[in-house]
Structure formats: structure tokens, C-alpha cells
Ligand binder design. Structure first.
Ligand code: PEP
Ligand code: MG
Length: 680
């Protein structure tokens, strides 16, 4: 065994990214590596374990390495720690970093979530549709650990059985979601499986059991200790891991106490579930017949609950003021997942109106699906291309069934995340080619890698960034890693020979970035002897929108990423749940940038589309068309609905409406204008 004592050099200690860097390095060796920090001990192949060491700058660590490659492993680990674990040693880099703290509690009431009428609240619509029914205040059932542990000492064996059963359940859930083509949802349960395999988790429990604790308590406390530490790391990706840990922990506990079939039960009648938060396991375990919709205090539109609610086809509202938690169980509530409005204790008139609205909505959805393949042409003959956003072959297949005229945004990050090495050109080609073949002549716009900053890749060494959203992300990252970028471009160019693939670059801020990327593409086209590919850019940065008329001279098209464009225009972090109710792409400031982008594109005979969430918003569709948008790339389930909506509109009426919207003062005014003008 080799042993080395070392002092942590980097500013943030073994937190978040440096810990990931260390764990990924250690995993490359066969040797077992143990890190001691005072009394605390960590398995260096377990991220959770390393994080729970709580080592900060200046901490003295003792590292023990045992195994066939211990010499090399020790040397490389020591060198990596001494060089700052990819974070650099500059004290100034992170001295202003906010201290690690648990995820912020929602204390500030977002302005827009103040009551609109006395019995109304405004949240954020996360899954469309209208639900009307009695409130069910959902709380997790207490798992009766004390009773069980008094009578029955569950040991290591008992835990192993429970873990095996939990793995079985999670594999089944993962399989079910995959079969239904729900890749993102499947990934949630896959991540839970990964957590169960974290060696440290089980080892810590094992030690506690050996010291005389019973398995139930040992498991519960280990999970909670780890979750608290992980949640406090001020890292959005890892905070989500803390929720996942608690969720998976509960699953195993329930199995151990024999309560797995006792759902955190809902009554045996249909209800609207109101909760502070729901775990993915809660959301899928509810009997769909008894859930009319979800009304949740925490989480944003991209939270697990929102994703799964959309997959289940149930209306959902998130980021609702926490006063909803005080509503009486069985009192009536109406939630509108399309506009985020919650009406509690509705009057008989309000109830009647809501019922009518719900019936109209259901009928609309039925008709839209029936006519999914009809083109999206307004009543006065103006055609808009409605295409889908995809992240996998399954999404593309579903988009086709839903009547999409192509894929307007193929996100490729999923190929690069959650792995320890970059995907090879061949691996990427094997993914892009079937998508190109499936879509045939229809266009598929492949967005090149959009990571970095908030979504770091473990196999790319990156400097610590104070503001990752303003750092090396998107095209900036790709241009700084030309080898990685070329591999992806080659894979896309080769796959493009089997269909109608086009390329777009994310986060482009100025023309130089586009020129450098285009030049690389041109060189590769010559090298591979393939025809010139259509290449456009995403407009997600205000500078690009303002310079659209200049950019349009050189690029083939624009696709406006309103999720990022809104965040950068309004200076509101898109992941900040305190601000999610105010993050509205219909803000006139964002609309003016969209108008400028479309104008710039048309001036040079290019087209402009939207691929952010705004394109699926029924209040935004009329404005965007009125501004002259050529293409709407929307979430796959929204494709038929948006197409149907386009057919109901008149372009000649939308043009003046859009001009009026540009003159509004707030997003709310724009929404009211659309509502009033189009009687929505
Ligand atoms: C956007 O920013 O609007 C967009 C479509 O890209 P992403 O959501 O993947 O950042
Ligand atoms: Mg974006």
C-alpha cells in the first residue's frame, strides 16, 4: 500500500467540480483509494463519499492507495490535487464565491405570483390542461422506523435484499419509460440506479451496521447525511442529486419496512395533488385514475415533476406561492397548466366557466390529434413550418407521428453527459444516422454541443468560473476544444448523407465565432468530400439579436433560443425558482429582440424560427406569427396543438396585434392583450 499526506490547494476544496475531477481520475485505476480527512474517511471512487468529507482549502488529507497500479495512481492523484484539480490556484478566481449553503428557501414572493383576484394565484404552467377537483394536500407517509427497529433488527442481509428489490423496481421503471419513448424520464430512474451503486453509500451503512446499528437506521441516516452535504454545495446539478438521493433512500426504506405497496396514498377518488414538492417516484407511483393534476410549490418547469406530469398527460403548475399548502383538503381548486393560474374555492360561476374551458380544451386536443397531419396554414393562407424539438431517435419517431414537418432542434448534449470520456466520431455517427434516415427528406437541425459552464464535462479540464452562464459554454467551449468539435462535425457531416441534416451552433455572440465554426465545417467538407451543409445559428444572446442584420448576410438561418435569450435579456437565471414566474419570453424586451432578429433574417432572404419553450406557448404563437416567424420548433406533444392553433388564426389580424405587443410595458400586458384580442 502507498500512502501520501497532502494539503488541499484549490479555493473551493473538494467541492462539486474538483471532487468530480478527482473521482473520475481515481476511477481510471484498479487500486482501491481511501481518503482520510481527520476522522472522516472516503472511498475516492464515490462522488457522494468525497463530497461528504467536507474538505476545504488547506485541509490535510491522508490518501491510501492499494492495488496493482498503486505507484502510478498515487503519483497522478498527488499531482492532480497539487495542481488544483482543474480549478487553478488563483485565489482571486473564487474569492467572491457565495458560501456553500442549502438550496434557498423561497422567501421572496415573486411579483407575478401575487394574487390576481382574491381567490387566485399565479404559478408557472408546467404541463398544459385544466384540472378541477378537490384539493389533496400530499405529504409523505411517515415510515415507522422506530417500531420496526425495536422489534426487528434488520441486518446487512436484509439491506441487500431491499437493495436488490429497489434495483428491480428502478430497472422496471427505466424500461417502462424507455419503451414509451420517454428518454429523459428513463434517465431519472437510471440516475437512481447509479446512486444505489455508489460504493460508499453501502460501505458507510455496512460500517454502521457492524458497529451495532440496525440497517434501517443506518440506511436512513447515511442517506440523510449525504443528501444534506450534497444539497449544500451550491451546485444546481448536485442539488438535484440530493433530491434523487432522498427519493431513492425512501424507496429502499419502504421496502425494508414492508410498506412498498402502501403508496403515500391518495384517497380513492380523483383529486388535485397539492404539495411542497414531489419526487419522481411519487409522481409515477400515483394511480393516474385518481390524480387530476399537480400544483407544486417548489421546482421550475424543467423539474422532474414537470417532465413526468407532461409525460403522463396531466396538467401541472409549479412555483406556486406556498399559501396553497394551507388550502383545506377537499376544498375545490381549479388549475390551468397552460397559463399557470390557480383558482381556489371557486364560485359556482367560476366553476362553471372552468368546466366549460376544460371541455373545450379536451375537444381541441382531440381534434388537433385527429388532424395532426394537416399543414399549419392560417385561415388566410399564411404557412408556418411546425417542427419538433428532439433529443433522441425515439423523440424523432414520435415527432413524425405527431405531424411534425421536421426536427427544428436536435439537442446532442445527452451523448456527452454522464460519461467519463467523450463519445467517439463513430459513436456519434451511429446515433445521428438513424435519426436522419427516420426523418427522410424532412429537415433535422442538429445543434452542436451546448455544454460548459453550468453543465461541465468531467473529461474536459476547465477552469473554475465565477459565473458559468457567462463563461466558456456553447460555441465558446467547442471553439476552445477544436478536436472535440471536429469529431462531432465529422459525425454529423457523414450522417447527413443519409437524410436532410442541417447544423446549428448554440450561444453565438458575434460573427467571428460563426466564421471560425463555419471555416472548420468547410475544411471538413473538403476532407470528407461531402456537399456543403446548411448551417445556421441560435439567437440566444442579446448581442446576436441586435446584430441580426449583419449575421444574416453570412449564416443560412436563425433559430431563436428563447429560454436563454430571456435569461440574458432579463438578467434572470433560468434555473432560479424564485424568478421562474417572472421569466416570461413574452416580455416586450424579448419580443423586440425577436422582432429585430426576424427583420434581420428577412432583409437578407434568410428564415428565422423559434426553438425555445416560448414556441409552444399558446399565448406566444399568435404574436410570433404576427412578427413574421417562419418556423416554430416545439415540444413534441405540442406539435398537433400548435398546428391546429395556426389553422385557427388570421395572419392579417396578427400583424397589428404583434406591433401592439411590442408597445406593451410588461409580459402580463402582452398576455392580457392576446387574451382580449383573440378571446382566449
Ligand atoms: C434555448 O435556450 O431556448 C434553447 C432552445 O436551448 P436550451 O434550452 O437547450 O439551452
Ligand atoms: Mg439555450
Amino acid at each position: 500500500m502507498k500512502q501520501v499526506d497532502i494539503t488541499i490547494q484549490n479555493e473551493t476544496g473538494l467541492h462539486a467540480r474538483p471532487a468530480k475531477t478527482l473521482v473520475n481520475l481515481v476511477k481510471q485505476f484498479k487500486s482501491d483509494v481511501v481518503i482520510w480527512h481527520g476522522e472522516k474517511k472516503a472511498n475516492a471512487k464515490s462522488l457522494i463519499s468525497v463530497l461528504t468529507l467536507g474538505a476545504s482549502k488547506g485541509s490535510q488529507l491522508s490518501i491510501e492507495v492499494k492495488g496493482e497500479d498503486e505507484e502510478t495512481a498515487t503519483a497522478e492523484i498527488e499531482a492532480a490535487i497539487l495542481s488544483g484539480l482543474g480549478e487553478g490556484e488563483s485565489a482571486s478566481e473564487s474569492q467572491h464565491k457565495a458560501p456553500a449553503s442549502p438550496s434557498p428557501k423561497v422567501e421572496e414572493t415573486p411579483v407575478e405570483s401575487k394574487p390576481v383576484k382574491a381567490n387566485m394565484l399565479k404559478g408557472v404552467g408546467a404541463a398544459p390542461g385544466i384540472a378541477i377537483g378537490p384539493v389533496y394536500q400530499f405529504q409523505h407517509q411517515e415510515i415507522p422506523i422506530n417500531e420496526m427497529s425495536d422489534g426487528l433488527l434488520l441486518g446487512w442481509e436484509g439491506l441487500q435484499d431491499a437493495l436488490a428489490r429497489a434495483r428491480e423496481q428502478l430497472s422496471k421503471l427505466n424500461h417502462q419509460m424507455t419503451e414509451r419513448g420517454l428518454k429523459a424520464e428513463a434517465a431519472i430512474f437510471d440516475a437512481h440506479l447509479g446512486l444505489l451503486e455508489d460504493p460508499e453509500l453501502t460501505e458507510t451503512v455496512h460500517e454502521r451496521i457492524q458497529k451495532g446499528q440496525d440497517a434501517l437506521k443506518a440506511w436512513k441516516e447515511t442517506i440523510e447525511d449525504s443528501a444534506v452535504v450534497v444539497a449544500a454545495l451550491n451546485d444546481p446539478i448536485l442539488s438535484a442529486r440530493a433530491d434523487d438521493l432522498r427519493d431513492v433512500g425512501r424507496r429502499v426504506l419502504k421496502i425494508m419496512v414492508g410498506a412498498e405497496d402502501k403508496a403515500d396514498a391518495l384517497p380513492d377518488k380523483p383529486v388535485v395533488v397539492v404539495a411542497r414538492e414531489l419526487s419522481p417516484s411519487d409522481t409515477v407511483s400515483f394511480n393516474k385514475d385518481f390524480v387530476l393534476g399537480f400544483c407544486i410549490v417548489n421546482g421550475g418547469p424543467t423539474s422532474h415533476t414537470a417532465i413526468l406530469a407532461r409525460a403522463l398527460g396531466l396538467p401541472a403548475i409549479v412555483s406556486v406561492d406556498e399559501s396553497v399548502l394551507k388550502l383545506e383538503t377537499d376544498s375545490y381548486i381549479v388549475i390551468n397548466g397552460s397559463d399557470g393560474m390557480v383558482t381556489f374555492n371557486p364560485s359556482p360561476e367560476e366553476l362553471q366557466a372552468a368546466e366549460q374551458e376544460r371541455n373545450t380544451w379536451l375537444e381541441k386536443r382531440r381534434l388537433a390529434l385527429e388532424q395532426a397531419n394537416a399543414p399549419a396554414i392560417t385561415a388566410d393562407g399564411h404557412e408556418v413550418e411546425v417542427v419538433g424539438n428532439a433529443g433522441s431517435l425515439a423523440d424523432a419517431e414520435k415527432a413524425l407521428k405527431m405531424g411534425a414537418a421536421g426536427i427544428g432542434l436536435l439537442r446532442t448534449e445527452f451523448l456527452f453527459l454522464e460519461r467519463t470520456t467523450a463519445p467517439t466520431e463513430a459513436e456519434q455517427y451511429d446515433v445521428y444516422r438513424p435519426i436522419a434516415e427516420t426523418m427522410g427528406k424532412l429537415p433535422v437541425i442538429v445543434r452542436t454541443l451546448d455544454v460548459g459552464g453550468d453543465k461541465p464535462l468531467p473529461y474536459i479540464e476547465m477552469q473554475h468560473e465565477e459565473n458559468p452562464f457567462l463563461g466558456i459554454r456553447g460555441i465558446r467551449l467547442c471553439l476552445s476544444r477544436p478536436e472535440l468539435f471536429r469529431e462531432q462535425l465529422r459525425a454529423i457531416l457523414r450522417a447527413a448523407q443519409y437524410g436532410n441534416l442541417q447544423i446549428m451552433f448554440p450561444m453565438v455572440g458575434d460573427i467571428e465565432e460563426y466564421r471560425r465554426a463555419r471555416l472548420m465545417l468547410d475544411e471538413l467538407e473538403i476532407e470528407l468530400k461531402v456537399p456543403c451543409i446548411v448551417a445556421g445559428i441560435m439567437i440566444e444572446v442579446p448581442s446576436a439579436a441586435l446584430m441580426a442584420d449583419v449575421l444574416a448576410k453570412e449564416v443560412d438561418f436563425f433559430s431563436i433560443g428563447t429560454n436563454d435569450l430571456t435569461q440574458y435579456t432579463l438578467a434572470m437565471d433560468r434555473g432560479n425558482s424564485l424568478l421562474s414566474a417572472r421569466q416570461d419570453g413574452l416580455h416586450p424586451a424579448v419580443l423586440r429582440l425577436i422582432a429585430k432578429t426576424i427583420e434581420g433574417a428577412h432583409k437578407h432572404g434568410k428564415w428565422a424560427g423559434i426553438c425555445g419553450e416560448l414556441g409552444s406557448d399558446p399565448y406566444a404563437v399568435p404574436i410570433l406569427i404576427g412578427l413574421g416567424i417562419d418556423e416554430l420548433s416545439v415540444t413534441v406533444p405540442s406539435v398537433p396543438l400548435v398546428k391546429a392553433q395556426v389553422r385557427d388564426l388570421k395572419y392579417s389580424e396578427l400583424q397589428p396585434l404583434a406591433q401592439q405587443a411590442l408597445e406593451c410595458s410588461t409580459a402580463r400586458e402582452v398576455r392580457e392583450l392576446v387574451k382580449k384580442t383573440l378571446s382566449m
